[in-house]
Design a protein around this ligand. Structure first.
Ligand SMILES: C[S@@+](CC[C@H](N)C(=O)[O-])C[C@H]1O[C@@H](n2cnc3c(N)ncnc32)[C@H](O)[C@@H]1O
Length: 353
């Protein structure tokens, strides 16, 4: 796979790794996942990132822009439905969430209540959780994005790629819009309660009702002040012995569409200038790894695992030559360069949320 790096590039919290006996094999998942994701985007239409920003701005401003965005992604850029490699990468994220959760939670998955915020379009993660044995999940998104052909395409992929995915069970039933609503069908066949629009800042879910919280490639798209509120809400709804697992991608997402720019391109812009390229439908907060750790701790969580992927020397060299916006000058190059992370946390004993 292009750009494949040895697992030693994955920096983990060594103490926790030793304590929980996790092997190197698991840390390679993150790398494989992101490479596949990138490959997926590069296989689609490549676009000058400023044009992509302009399009997303237009979709963010016009009425029903989300629908337009759907049609463009489906029929022009062809990023929907995801390619097989991108799909497999997302299934690997789900496996990593579950592996991490099982290191700290000892009840059977079938008895736990899961909650994922920022569900997106295709339900790959919730269906992977189902395939791994989860029976009860609440999945929320601030926008109602699910559509029958995309969901059935995801189910097709599980069936077609069953041998390769190696999951204990495979979603057997396609969804049928005619018989009942899509939301009812997801619940009936797969135990997935899809709530949308539902804002993760205030879900209305009962206090301490959730055993496992996950989020995948979502937090980087949420403004920092909203993340603080989402984490407070997570703290409220998570049970005392519950665990959360977040996957976050810190790279400039425009670099997935425009091979001419680096993964750090967005660090060059002041907040004021970046706002021009940062429409609500393709929002990127540009927070770095250490900011998320601080946000979690401020919300009253103890970080149990911090598996993050450092940059290579070459990438750090590229970054050190960029003229950075003032906002990023207080970070070391190493801190700024981190590509992605899986962070596992639970409620701290000492701090209140
Ligand atoms: C990039 S998508 C992630 C998709 C999905 N997790 C995946 O891995 O394919 C981010 C999602 O977060 C949702 N989102 C943003 N802010 C949110 C909020 N405050 N509450 C719930 N969902 C939110 C967006 O609507 C979007 O669908």
């Amino acid at each position: 796979m292009p750009g494949l790096r040895p697992a030693s590039h994955m920096t983990c919290n060594r103490r926790l790794l030793e304590k929980h006996g996790r092997g190197v094999g698991e840390t390679t998942w993150a790398f494989l996942s992101l490479s596949a994701k990138r490959e997926h985007f590069f296989n689609q239409v490549s676009l000058d990132w400023r044009l992509k920003a302009l399009l997303q701005l237009a979709f963010s401003l016009v009425p029903r822009g989300e629908r337009l965005n759907y049609f463009v992604q489906r029929y022009w850029t062809k990023s929907l439905p995801p390619s097989d490699s991108s799909f497999a990468a997302t299934v690997n994220y789900a496996k990593r969430h579950i592996d991490a959760i099982l290191r700290y939670c000892h009840w059977p998955l079938a008895q736990a209540t899961f909650y994922e915020f920022g569900a997106g379009w295709d339900m790959t993660i919730p269906l992977a959780f189902y395939s791994l044995g989860v029976e009860t999940q609440i999945v929320v998104d601030i926008r109602s994005l699910i559509r029958l052909p995309i969901l059935n395409n995801t189910i097709d992929k599980y069936q077609r790629m069953a041998a390769q995915l190696g999951l204990p069970r495979i979603p057997a039933d396609h969804l049928d819009y005619v018989r009942d609503s899509l939301v009812a069908a997801l619940k009936r066949h797969y135990g997935i309660d899809y709530l949308a629009p539902c804002d993760a800042r205030h879900t209305g879910l009962p206090t301490s009702s959730i055993d496992c919280i996950s989020s995948t490639d979502t937090l980087e798209h949420i403004p920092p002040e909203d993340i603080a509120k989402i984490l407070q809400e997570c703290h409220r709804i998570l049970s005392e012995d519950g665990v959360l697992s977040f996957v976050i991608d810190y790279d400039d997402h425009y670099s997935y569409f425009d091979p001419k720019i680096s993964k750090y391109n967005f660090l060059r812009y002041s907040d004021h200038r970046w706002a021009l390229f940062n429409p609500s439908l393709h929002y990127q907060n540009r927070l770095r790894h250490r900011d998320y750790i601080r946000l979690l701790e401020t919300a009253g969580f103890d970080v149990l695992e911090d598996q993050h992927k450092d940059a290579s020397d070459l990438e750090m060299n590229i970054l050190s030559q960029l003229s950075l916006a003032k906002r990023f000058k207080s970070y070391s190059v190493r801190e700024l360069a981190v590509h992605n992370a899986l962070i596992v946390a639970r409620k701290g004993a000492a701090r209140a949320g």
